[in-house]
Design a protein around this ligand. Sequence first.
Ligand code: 3PG
Ligand code: MG
Length: 396
Amino acid sequence: MRLLTVKDEPQAFKDRTVLVRVDYNVVKGGRITDTYRIDRTLSTVKFLLEAGAKRVVLASHSGRPKGRDDSLSLRPIVDYLKDKLGEEVGFVEDVVGGKAPEDGKVVLLENLRFWEGEKGDDPDFAKALSRFGELYVNDAFGVSHRKNASVHAIKDFYDKRYAGLLMAEEVEALTTVRDNPEKPFHVLFGGAKIKDKVPVLEALVKKADKIYVGGAMAYTFLKAQGKEVGNSLVDEEHIEWARGFLNDHGDKVVLPEDHVCATGKVEECGKGYEVRDTEDENVPDGLIGYDIGWKTIKRYRDGLKGAQMVFWNGPMGMFECEDFECGTKLLAIFLSSFKDDGKKVIVGGGDTVAAVSRFHIPYEDFHFVSTGGGAALEFLAGKELPGISIITKKED
Ligand code: 3PG
Ligand code: MG
């Protein structure tokens, strides 16, 4: 069984209006912060237009507004879409009361989360949305882990729910990582919050040959091993879990052996602290670890050379500040060379993608860059995602 995609039934879209849920959660402070998620949906929009769709109506959320909030309006995306598609793009401000312009071939709806019904998975809101398309396509992998009206309650208003091309690609790439990774399979995990990563670490460790840990989550593991962590961020509630994980899988888990630290909490890059390297995996009292050190970078790099497939999620340090960017930057550059050797690197997660973008590495230099943050992690952890479960299945 696989998902029914728009490619399976192109003729169905001829002369029909199509509501396409996308994840354009990229507007902040009135501007587009990163276009990757938008760019990745364009092939679905073009496909539907070429299939003769009468109108393609794009619907998304951005941010977590409480009611209407102009800084999170999706309006700035209109010009970007116009430019990329070479089509006029209409805009609907009132998603509940308004209607799509009759002559618009491509139309964008205002931020769905301006209406409470979206988060509340409200059937009435889903019904209002369903007025915009005779057919429904879900191309919003990034939000498929949320039980929101536009990806869940909407199911009751359509006999068939299609997957868009991006959705289909995400599911295929991440299913391979989850169920059948090419071996040797290595995982590079970073980021601050260990809590969000527990289920996915437990799932991936079954398939992985090595797991390298960086970012603040490494300090919880190091503390569990009885190392000194100074004033680094530690998730006290997960020390026991980390100890158990290391006991069971110690042969696979690789932890930092040195760090780049600050002499105080970093509130602003370059201000109010000094930078110190540690000699080994211990962080002396008073220091806070913010990046992996050079010995660790070399060790991770040498280890990763042995992989055929790598899943990378989460930065190795506070890459937003130059002082603490090296771990993430150097490993990102290193991993971007794997494709040339026929090795596959799959990049997942919002922050990881932000890092790749900050270092100006083209996304094409990786085998696959997921548009999902939380959604990718939940998918890899083996959870059933509401937004995917509603898509019609096709017998092979
Ligand atoms: C995301 O970027 O994680 C998705 O767009 C979902 O957004 P949310 O985390 O605010 O629900
Ligand atoms: Mg999120």
